[in-house]
Each structure stands twice: as C-alpha cells, then as structure tokens.
Design a protein around this ligand. Sequence first.
Ligand code: KG4
Ligand code: ZN
Length: 340
Amino acid sequence: MVSQTITLGIESSCDETGVALYSPQRGLIAHALHSQVDLHAAYGGVVPEIASRDHVRMLLPLIQKVMDEAGITKPDAIAYTAGPGLVGALMVGGGMANGLGLAWGCPVIPVHHMEGHLLAPMLEENSPEFPFLALLVSGGHTMLISVRGLGEYKLLGTTLDDAAGEAFDKTAKLLGLGYPGGPLLAALADEGDDKAYAFPRPMLNKPNLDFSFSGLKTAVMLQVRRSEADDELYASRANIAASFQRAAVDTLVGKSLKAAAAEGLGRIVIAGGVGANRLLRSEMAERFSGDVFYPRFEFCTDNGAMIAVAGALRHSEATNPTEIQAQARWSLDSLGIPVA
Ligand code: KG4
Ligand code: ZN
C-alpha cells in the first residue's frame, strides 16, 4: 500500500449515505453523512426503493463536499460497500464508485460492510492491534469473531434469531418509541430502574457462544401487555426499557468475556450500531480484565469512514471498474483473504 494514497470511501448499504476521505498517513481527512431516518420513519422500517433513490440524490453532492474540504480534485482509490445490504442501495454506491473510478482512472475496491464496522476503531488514536475479539452488533448482525489479522476471521458465535439491534428496535416499538429505536430506548432507560423487571438473559448459561433474543423479546411483550392491562404502561415504560437494556447488555458482555477467555484474547473491539450503547461500553470495560476498543459514537452506526479505512487496508484487492459488486448476503468468515 502506498501510504500517501487517499481513499474515498462510499457507504450506501442501507439508510445512511456516507462518504469519507482517508489516508494511512494522515488518518481521516474529511467525512460526510446523510441519514435517511426521517424518510423511512413513517413506514416503521427501511423502504428499499426509497433508500436507493435517496442515495442517488445525495452521493455526488456529499463526495463533492468532502473533496472540497480536503482541497483535492480526485482521490487515489475508491472503496465502496459491496455487501451485505439492500441490493438496490448497494448498486447505487457501487455504480457511483465504479463510474468515478473509470472516469478518474483510479482503482476501485469492494468492501464487506461488516469488515468496515470491524475495522472502524482503526480510525481512532487509541486503535487496537491484532489479534482481538470483535463483538459486532448492528441492526442485522450479532457476531463474536476472533480476529487474528486482516481477513483472518473466525466466527465464534452468532444469533439464532433476532440481531441485537433488532431486539432494541422491536422493544422500542413495543414501548411506542420511534425508529430506529435503539438510541431512543437507551435514552428512556436512563430514566428507569433496571431492576424493576427480571427479564431473562437468554443463552447466558449455555456453554456455546451463540445468542438468542426472542425469549427476551417475548418476556418484554408480556410485561407490556400486563402494564397495558393495568393501565400503567406509560408509567412503567422507562423501567421496562432499563430492565430490557440491562438484560441485553448482560448477555452481550457475558458471552464476549467467555469468548475472549476461550480464545486467549486480551483485547475486545465493540463495533456496529449497538456499539454506541453507553451501558454496553461501560459494562464491558468494567468486567473485562483486558483492553476494550470502540469507534467514536458517530462511527458505530453506518458511515463512509469505516469503508475508506477498510478499503485502504485492502488496497491490493482493487477490481476492474466495470465490475459492480453487490451482494445481499455475504458471510464475513468467507473473506479469508490473507494479509499481504
Ligand atoms: O450498524 P448500524 O448503523 O446498521 C446496520 O448495519 O444494521 O446499526 C443500526 C442499529 C439499529 O438497530 C439501532 O437501533 C442500533 O444500531 N443502535 C443502538 C444504539 N444506537 C444505535 N442500539 C442500542 N443503543 C444505542 N445507543
Ligand atoms: Zn452497519
């Protein structure tokens, strides 16, 4: 990798349009993000066609903005999210990256979205060295991964049903909060008593490293119904939120500690949207004897900076800018590309 290389990162896998410029020498140079949350809020979830159209609308102005900020007229390489995600939305970012790559004559690098999340802490001054355990928790994924080097990922455990972010979002919906519910639920939990309800910590006592959130979701739903029947849902909402958050965080932290011990790893990286959860961060730091790393809050959820940094690290894997890659499903441990 040429250390002066400036990589433009493009993220468009779901409902955030993110772009950034990164170089290994200068670190993050500029970044911009446009959230579509308001567009989808009325539907209670992401509408794929609306997402694609908005990425089309926003990408070029955002790219122009970061290039103006950086004072450059073209980057040296372009990285884009090639999956997993909504195929139409991915095609917009992939089409843009490959079109610009062709016009500018620069290499184009397809990036795995979850690898972007995994490597996002590399954007920080306090960044982890390999090896580490990664807890990847987002709206679509819950994974424990042993990371020995770039592309050396061993999946240790995953969710058998809902993803962690999905559990937060569904619980928030039950409590009448907006979308995406994770941050709203976390804010409401701050006002509640986390010992008010004894919700289950599913799978915590099982020897494996898998997760399951459906039992917890059902327990919350039953409590919501009981509170509704007693006409006190509004009054108990904060307590339900706090008790749910505590149960979810206990499960995530408990399994992470078990995984780190089993793999003999002294570093834990928390990444993905749920990684923005303050209780998760503080509990992990308190209960783990090693070092805990995470990206700054804004780089936990989807963003272009994580794609730029992952693209810079995978610079040698540039493709011909006429091959747009867009994969809805793409397993992280199939990447298996050895360190150069
Ligand atoms: O990584 P991300 O932006 O998108 C996916 O790739 O899925 O993650 C979004 C998820 C949503 O489920 C959102 O509710 C959750 O992350 N989230 C949180 C918090 N902030 C975002 N969950 C719990 N606490 C938070 N503070
Ligand atoms: Zn994501």
